[in-house]
Design a protein around this ligand. Structure first.
Ligand code: SAM
Length: 246
């Protein structure tokens, strides 16, 4: 399998130039040399067979040989809202959500969230998405939305650009004591919005507001899961439809 590299610039001609961390990795970790085959992607949905033509001090030049439209996305958009924990756990959620095919991740600011307004958060999270996409083969990057408070999150299915009528969108919030769900009943049959709460849990007021806004409150079993486990369990239940639904 050839090495996948991400190009920040849209690839629209028979040449491409990589710079920054992508070039650094090729030059100093992989010891790239002219002739080395590389698969490029630029987030547009296509991937490109390419080969290195020149290695400069901080850039790598490539010849683009072939463009292929390769779709590894979910059939319908899946938006995950999650109050991000700190450090490695944050990175883990973002990477695994990208691998599972989540379309858009929204960092939530809830009453008991621990991370709010962290400096450079969008760039940091985007870097995790690129790394995960290089590894898993996605050719469209999972979008990272600006952090949202609870009320704007609850309204997002109406305001977020899916343009589906309210009734066409599934909206689930995981909360202990919610309606028990079974694996077979989920599945991405409509655009879906799913959310989990912070380590300290969602408040009664937040759950009441969600119910009033038409969200379904679902239970993920008798064990209390950490944020990342809950987020990825819920995303998996939606991303992998049961055979009965597919
Ligand atoms: N004591 C908190 C509570 O009761 O909500 C636990 C919070 S848990 C560590 C973090 C989040 O994961 C919760 O807000 C919820 O969204 C989700 N979660 C964890 N376990 C769950 C379960 N068994 N059922 C539904 N949601 C769960």
């Amino acid at each position: 399998m050839t090495r996948r590299c991400y190009s920040d610039e849209p690839i629209a001609s028979s040449t491409a130039t990589l710079s920054g961390s992508e070039a650094h990795h090729l030059l100093h970790v992989l010891r790239a040399a002219p002739g080395m085959p590389v698969t490029l992607f630029d987030g547009s949905g296509a991937e490109f067979d390419a080969e290195v033509t020149a290695c400069k001090r901080s850039t790598v030049e490539l010849r683009v040989l072939r463009r292929r439209e390769v779709n590894r996305d979910l059939p319908l958009p899946l938006t995950l809202g999650v109050p991000l924990p700190k450090g490695d756990r944050q990175r883990w959620i973002v990477e695994k959500a990208a691998e599972l095919g989540v379309t858009r991740l929204v960092p939530l600011v809830t009453h008991r969230s621990v991370v709010a307004g962290e400096k450079h958060l969008p760039e940091k999270l985007r870097r995790y998405v690129i790394e995960a996409s290089k590894q898993c083969g996605r050719n469209r990057l999972m979008q990272i939305a600006a952090p949202l408070g609870w009320s704007p999150w609850l309204e997002l299915p109406q305001t977020g650009g899916e343009q589906q009528a309210h009734a066409d969108v599934r909206k689930w919030i995981a909360h202990p004591g919610g309606r028990p769900i079974a694996v077979g009943e989920m599945g991405l049959l409509q655009p879906a919005f799913i959310a989990v709460g912070p380590e300290g849990g969602l408040t009664d007021e937040e759950i009441d507001a969600a119910k009033t806004a038409g969200w379904e409150i679902v239970d993920l079993g008798p064990r209390i899961l950490r944020i990342e486990t809950a987020a990825l369990a819920l995303a998996s239940l939606v991303a992998f439809p049961s055979p009965a639904l597919s």
